[in-house]
Design a protein around this ligand. Structure first.
Ligand code: ATP
Ligand code: MG
Length: 261
């Protein structure tokens, strides 16, 4: 069945993922997205996105404004909107495409959204503790404070009163408090001074050393490419490049065409 037919017949409202097998790779990669399609209502946004990520790798998911980066992350995290209608998402031999967002989180996916979602009225520590209410839990508070000493110093401060950089650290820390396998970061450097970006970049490298896999979406493509092992570039909801981060840094024409840098 083609997607055009899907749209006409509205069958996309009742996706049936059960018929899919693992076509994501000949040997399943640690984390793979295969032919993912997703809609906001009638708007067809994620148009057949596929990529694979190895365990412990950092993948930069790049593209111009409106290319579909946030939508792709949300579809992977199995949020209701956009609604994924077709495709496969595999993490460590588990099929996320049959799961809801809660089940996907338990399977090890954590999305840190652009707006960071720090909970008002709660201290830094309470924000972290909230992430540890449901099993399986991940890093201890001590381990988190070791990685982010600033959060330890401010543990009694209300989370939403932190600086932008500290709030980003809290959002990442909260993801680590879950038993995480894949960290999905949407614009983690947005609005932050270069010195804070340096600090966050350092922590992302430490997180990588712990074996956690990261997908980073970032407008600051150069910084993301310097951090990442590999890069996928999206344009109007489809993959237009998949290769090493260095390939993108070296390819001026590619950057000019799809990243405007
Ligand atoms: N809730 C929504 N309802 C309808 N369309 C949406 C919704 N959210 C996003 N879109 C559309 O989907 C397309 C992709 O948006 P998305 O936010 O995924 O892009 P992006 O690559 O993250 O862009 P940016 O770099 O600006 O964050 C855009 O055309 C956008 O207008
Ligand atoms: Mg976005």
């Amino acid at each position: 069945m083609t997607l055009i037919e899907d749209t006409k017949t509205k069958q996309y409202e009742k996706p049936d993922f059960s018929k899919f097998e693992n076509k994501a790779a000949t040997a399943p990669a640690y984390f793979s997205v295969y032919d993912l399609h997703a809609y906001y209502g009638e708007s067809y946004i994620v148009q057949g996105v596929s990529f694979t990520v190895h365990e412990g790798e950092i993948l930069a998911l790049l593209g111009r404004n409106g290319a579909g980066k946030t939508s792709t992350l949300r579809a992977i995290a199995r949020l209701d909107s956009p609604q994924a209608t077709h495709g496969e998402i595999w993490l460590d031999h588990k099929h996320l495409h049959t799961m809801n967002s809660h089940q996907a989180a338990i399977a090890g996916i954590q999305l840190v959204p652009e707006d960071r979602r720090i909970i008002p009225g709660l201290t830094v520590e309470e924000n972290l503790q909230l992430a540890q209410i449901i099993e399986p839990i991940g890093w201890s508070l001590e381990r988190v404070y070791e990685l982010f000493p600033r959060l330890g110093e401010r543990r009694k401060q209300e989370g939403v009163t932190l600086s932008g950089g500290e709030q980003q650290m809290l959002a990442i820390a909260r993801a680590l408090c879950r038993d995480i396998k894949v960290l999905l970061l949407d614009e983690p450097y947005e609005g932050l001074a270069p010195v804070i970006v340096d600090e966050i970049e350092k922590t992302l490298n430490i997180i990588k050393e712990q074996g956690i896999t990261t997908v980073i979406v970032e407008q600051n493509a150069i910084r993301a490419l310097m951090l990442a092992d590999r890069a996928v570039i999206l344009d109007t909801g489809t993959v237009v490049f998949d290769g090493t981060a260095q390939d993108v840094l070296d390819n001026e024409a590619l950057r000019a065409e799809y990243l405007a840098i």
